[in-house]
Design a protein around this ligand. Structure first.
Ligand SMILES: C[S@@+](CC[C@H](N)C(=O)[O-])C[C@H]1O[C@@H](n2cnc3c(N)ncnc32)[C@H](O)[C@@H]1O
Length: 508
């Protein structure tokens, strides 16, 4: 399995994955159904929609999650580990009614308490300042535990490509040099900013492999924050991944959200799978991976459900035939030439149906006649012609062949078996006052609607967005003197994207 991001309901996707194939699974499920994922854009959305959607009460929620955890259990290797991230809303129910039942009490390893210090004071009860992360192993005898890690847990297991260092203030970091550009990337180990003085003593406990973690939640200004409201800190995932997996193990997150697990797994040289039912989540995670692309040696695939019309139409003819026939459930010809008008076959009830593919619109009568001759040579009367669309001549010729000679040739429009969409058409308007530029992509056209924009203000060969997730289509940037390429990427509601690259010249 290669590294992959998959769009879809995790239950359906998990059913397609092989048993005992994953070493570590972390999930951070929402308190609302994916049917309403849009509410995650409002910070208070989670709780409000929990009440709205799980109207059957906690029981409905637990049943929904139960089926998913059952699949997770099947997917884990015998030595694998499962981390489930939750909080006071449902933690008690989840442990007793899901985890103990599926994994067994004896496989409970820890309840990790993540303590954060976020703003917000309550008057009638204590402030809620922690999340609960349950860790279960699949097996009660053997599991991975790299427990002697220090700090956020990266010292001992830092990857071969990483160098551990300390800056002049004594802050420890690990860093990696990009082979192509020579640019140095650095991650600090002490991402623990504890606000109250009294916490400082406790902070030392972070360096023990204890079941409490002091780590601030990502505030609005946090550098790693990408605008995904439920995003979890990278340091938290670093600890989990380092402790419960080794290099080249496979790590999965089936509620991937903004992709924190995937980014950290990639940095730490783990293989990974990320699933989410939200287009925004999958595409934001993809962009987040691109942003650090030079660090990544291994390719990854992104599976969404739609195909872009222009991309298919511009595909080389043989590739297109092959792709269309496979999507149609047929067997494409291996040979590229001398197919004598036959591109593949489909077997239906033990009968052979010959297939011809045309990458064009309004197929005429001549195509039908040539195809008839081709299947005559095969001594068959059955076949399919696949094309974007058919003209009247072709349709009436098919009817005549059926009436007069009992031919069973069917004309099939490609859009009936390949989900096609048109990627957005980007239109960026630029205004500047001196070296401050305003970019306005509001006129971008999309048939289905726009999910979000991303901006790279200094595009070189690869898209490395400075703004990952922009719902507005407006961006403003102050440049230093020079020539730049600004790239605007637009992602539509199906996850299809398009990019426009604009040259700008800053004189002042
Ligand atoms: C709390 S967020 C995860 C945040 C993530 N841990 C991060 O650091 O960014 C939960 C995610 O689960 C996704 N989700 C909800 N129901 C789902 C389902 N049935 N299948 C797949 N993903 C689902 C939502 O779209 C949302 O992105």
């Amino acid at each position: 399995m290669c590294n992959q991001l998959i769009l879809g309901d995790n239950l359906e996707i998990m059913k397609t994955l092989p048993s005992e194939s994953i070493d570590l699974i972390y999930i951070d499920p929402p308190f609302f159904s994916n049917r309403n994922y849009a509410v995650i854009w409002g910070d208070k959305g989670e709780i409000r929609s929990f009440k709205d959607i799980w109207s059957g009460g906690i029981e409905t929620y637990i049943n929904w999650l139960y089926e998913r955890v059952e699949e997770i259990h099947r997917l884990l290797k015998p030595t694998g580990s499962f981390y489930l991230h939750c909080d006071w809303h449902a933690n008690a129910y989840i442990r007793v009614h899901i985890l103990d039942k599926i994994f067994g009490e004896k496989n409970f390893r820890n309840e990790i308490i993540w303590i954060y210090d976020t703003a917000g004071r309550t008057k009638k009860n204590f402030n809620r300042k922690h999340d609960n992360i349950f860790w279960y192993s699949k097996n009660s005898k053997k599991w991975t535990f790299n427990g002697n890690v220090k700090g956020v847990g990266i010292e001992r297991k830092a990857s071969n490509h990483m160098r551990l260092g300390e800056d002049k203030n004594g802050r420890k970091f690990y860093e990696k040099t990009d082979k192509n550009t020579g640019k140095v990337y650095r991650w600090y180990l002490d991402k623990f900013k504890i606000r109250n003085d009294c916490w400082k003593d406790i902070k030392a406990m972070n360096s023990e492999p204890a079941d409490i973690i002091f780590l601030n939640a990502l505030n609005r200004g946090a550098k790693e924050r990408i605008g995904y409201p439920t995003q979890k800190p990278e340091a938290l995932l670093e600890r989990i991944i380092l402790v419960s997996s080794d290099e080249n193990d496979t790590v999965a997150d089936f509620f991937v959200g903004g992709g924190t697990t995937i980014i950290v797994a990639e940095r730490l040289n783990r293989n990974w799978i990320g699933v989410d039912s939200s287009v925004a989540a999958i595409k934001v995670t993809e962009n987040r991976l691109y942003k650090e692309k030079n660090l990544f040696q291994r390719p990854f695939s992104v599976k969404i459900h739609k195909y872009d019309f222009d991309n298919l139409n511009n595909m080389n003819a043989f590739e297109f035939e092959h792709f269309a026939i496979e999507q149609f459930g047929g067997i494409p010809n291996k040979k590229q030439r001398s197919d004598l008008g036959i591109d593949g076959i489909k077997i239906i009830d033990n009968e052979k149906f010959y297939i011809q593919v045309k990458q064009s619109k309004k197929i005429g009568r001549n195509v039908v006649d040539n195809f008839k001759s081709a299947i005559d040579r095969k001594k068959s009367k059955n076949g399919f012609i696949l094309a974007w669309s058919f003209g009247r001549g072709a349709i009436s010729e098919i009817a005549r062949l059926k009436r007069e000679d009992n031919y069973n040739i069917q004309l099939i429009e490609i859009k009936t078996f390949i989900p096609i969409s048109k990627k957005p058409k980007i239109d960026v308007n630029i205004e500047n006052q001196g070296n401050t530029f305003k970019f306005d992509a509001a006129k971008t056209e999309s048939e289905i609607g726009i999910e979000f924009f991303s901006w790279d203000f200094d595009f070189k060969d690869d898209f490395k967005p400075d703004i990952l997730l922009d719902k507005t289509g407006f961006a403003e940037k102050k440049f230093k003197k020079g020539k730049y390429k600004v790239a605007c990427k637009c992602v539509d509601l199906d996850g299809l994207d398009n990019i426009e690259i604009i040259d700008i010249n800053v004189n002042s």
